[in-house]
Design a protein around this ligand. Structure first.
Ligand code: CP
Length: 302
């Protein structure tokens, strides 16, 4: 699971259906009917993470497997060891699969070509974050049913967002219309060239009323996006209490986290009981990652 580009709706729905079946294990502590052989799953996290890292760890444990976590700080990466050498050494210890987050776009793919165990991309630079997009579409499916023809607004720092890229692929495959919204420096028109299922808008208020779902994105200051936005960002692109009033009452609000409250999303939107699906995303993330780990372990080492 390195990315969602080119993954068809059948493959996506098979993972989403498996995640739905696993959801009671996450939500209600229901025991797995048939615990699998215990595997050791490496979690190599070289960028900061709260949700993805803990979610993969919980998913691993819920499946009856053992996680081993390695972060950049305190590892020999600090001494200059490369990502590929680090991963190869972990694989040589007999791990069954490796989950990788790194700042290098294509990093997980590079490792997957080098080591003989399944690799899962937990976010690679600005490139892709496939398990995040899967948990997003799992949440949207639970709220909206079929996504065919549904207008999903993705708002904010599209340029730097691996979440947006993976969601564009997943949502297009499932027949949704993706409306990318943001200031021109963070949303070049070239995104419109992705295909007929993708629209680009620079005026949030002009498209808000047409939304079937809204996904707010964080300004990625760690990727220098702060230089591209004006101080009135919240007034132009934030999901403020005023905009909440103009959003249909059944429109789910998503955010991958971490949230910059008072910038891209106001407290009122994050806490909106009927519409905020932000913690539901997190819960579904564990089930999706359980399904992904299950799937990864089905592939024999090459
Ligand atoms: N959504 C997400 O990737 O969050 P973390 O960076 O906390 O893992």
């Amino acid at each position: 699971m390195l990315g969602l580009r080119g993954v068809d709706s059948k493959a996506l729905e098979s993972i989403l259906d498996r995640a739905d079946a696993l959801l009671p294990v996450v939500r209600d502590g229901v025991a797995l009917p048939d615990p699998p052989r215990s595997a050791v799953i490496g979690l190599l996290f070289l960028e900061n993470s709260t949700r993805t890292r803990c979610s993969f760890e919980v998913a691993t444990r819920r499946l009856g497997h053992q996680p081993i976590v390695l972060t950049g700080r305190g590892s020999s990466l600090d001494k200059g060891e490369s990502l590929v050498d680090t991963a190869a050494n972990l694989a040589a210890m007999g791990l069954d699969a490796l989950v990788i987050r790194s700042a290098i776009a294509g990093g997980a793919d590079l490792v997957a070509r080098t080591i003989g165990i399944p690799v899962v991309n937990a976010g690679d630079g600005r490139h892709e974050h496939p398990t995040q997009a899967l948990l997003d579409v799992s949440t949207l499916r639970a709220r909206l049913g079929s996504l065919a023809g549904k207008r999903v607004l993705i708002v904010g720092d599209i340029l730097n967002s691996r979440v947006a890229r993976s969601n564009i692929h997943a949502l297009m495959a499932l027949g949704a219309i993706v409306v990318l919204v943001g200031p021109p420096p963070l949303l070049p028109w070239t995104f419109a060239e992705l295909g007929p299922g993708v629209e680009v808008a620079h005026d949030l208020d002009g498209v808000l009323g047409s939304a079937d779902a809204v996904m707010m994105l964080r300004i990625q200051l760690e990727r220098d996006a702060g230089r591209a936005v004006a101080s009135d960002y919240r007034f132009a692109f934030g999901l403020t209490a005023e905009r909440l009033e103009r959003l249909r009452p059944d429109v789910p609000i998503l955010h991958p986290g971490p949230m910059n409250r008072g910038v891209e999303i106001d407290d009122a939107a994050a806490a909106d009981i009927a519409r905020s699906s932000i913690l539901e995303q997190v819960t579904r993330g564990v089930a999706v990652r359980m399904a992904i780990i299950d799937r990864a372990l089905e592939f024999p080492a090459s």
